[in-house]
Ligand binder design. Structure first.
Ligand code: NAD
Length: 278
């Protein structure tokens, strides 16, 4: 079984550099897919309140019988729950659905800057962290100006910013900002959601050279950049394929060819304006 390297967060908590995402997976399907992932060696699972699969994820974790301290469980506060008191309530509800008594990482899903609630939300995150109910707190889809406001307002620097990041959107500026402030970059849609990117003609020769697939090449690119990745699949063979990325190394030429694919194009919404409440 593959051993996944750990990444130290800014409070020395260790986070596996590769985990398993369950976006757009039904509760029942999440139960099956997370069970397969745990058997394949994944220990970090990324869910969210809005995915509506925290319970299926919990059933798989319970059945797997892996010691709690070997797991790294992330969930996210949904937009409709932003605000101090509502965050505390939403955290309790997520934790109960997950069947856990503490969380490894809790993220603010989107900044929704137009609503002006993320600083109050972050204060509640600080309280949960101080109370030992979550080992690390972070954000998702935050832009540098949002991160700056959070860092200026409180004394806990987000451990992680989970952002859309793949070869078509390599996020060099945000990654540099994170590096400067000790924030780990976690890539969502690391495979570009499968569509288009994995068929890009630039990837095939690199994959052939290493005897790997395009998906494995893309995941390796992330790991070598220093990103945490959480690829998603519900297909057992792909779940196994996506974790089998620790036995080869891209060379400078490969990395340059992948860097040249950056088009600054998003698959998801613009964090500056997205405010869907679900
Ligand atoms: P992804 O880049 O992980 O792509 C997943 C898709 O790629 C699969 O549905 C499948 O179609 C294809 N795929 C997977 N493995 C493959 C393989 N080996 N070969 C060929 N095709 C393959 O996209 P994602 O699911 O959007 O992102 C990963 C995780 O990030 C999510 O599951 C979720 O946990 C998280 N996420 C977070 C946010 C956020 O706002 N914070 C948004 C989207 C996703």
């Amino acid at each position: 079984m593959t051993k996944i390297p750990d990444f130290p967060l800014n409070n020395d908590v260790l986070m596996p550099q590769l985990g398993f995402g369950v976006f757009q997976v039904s509760d029942e399907e999440a139960e099956r897919a997370v069970a397969v992932a745990i058997r394949a060696g994944y220990r970090s699972i990324d869910t969210a309140r809005i995915y509506e699969n925290e319970e299926g994820t919990a059933r798989a974790l319970k059945a797997a019988g892996v010691p709690r301290e070997e797991l790294f469980i992330t969930t996210k506060l949904w937009n409709a729950d932003q605000g101090y008191d509502s965050t505390l309530r939403a955290f309790d509800a997520s934790l109960a659905r997950l069947g856990l008594d503490y969380l490894d990482l809790y993220l603010i899903h989107w900044p929704m800057p137009g609503r002006g609630t993320y600083l109050d939300t972050w204060r509640a995150f600080g309280r949960l962290y101080a109370d030992g109910r979550v080992r690390a707190i972070g954000v998702s889809n935050f832009l540098p100006e949002h991160l700056t406001r959070v860092m200026d307002a409180g004394d806990v620097v987000p451990a992680v910013n989970q952002i859309e990041l793949h070869p078509y959107l390599s996020q060099a500026e945000l990654r540099a900002f994170h590096a400067e402030h000790g924030i780990v970059t976690e890539a969502w849609a690391p495979l570009g959601q499968g569509k288009g990117l994995l068929d890009d003609a630039a990837l095939a020769p690199i994959a052939a050279k290493h005897g790997k697939t395009a998906a494995q090449v893309v995941l390796r690119w992330h790991l070598q950049l220093g990103n945490v990745v959480i690829p998603k699949s519900v297909t057992p063979a792909r779940i196994a394929e996506n974790i089998d990325v620790f036995d080869f190394e891209l060379d400078t030429e490969d990395v340059a060819a992948i860097a040249a694919l950056d088009a600054g194009s998003r698959l998801g919404p613009d964090p500056a304006t997205f405010a869907w409440m679900g």
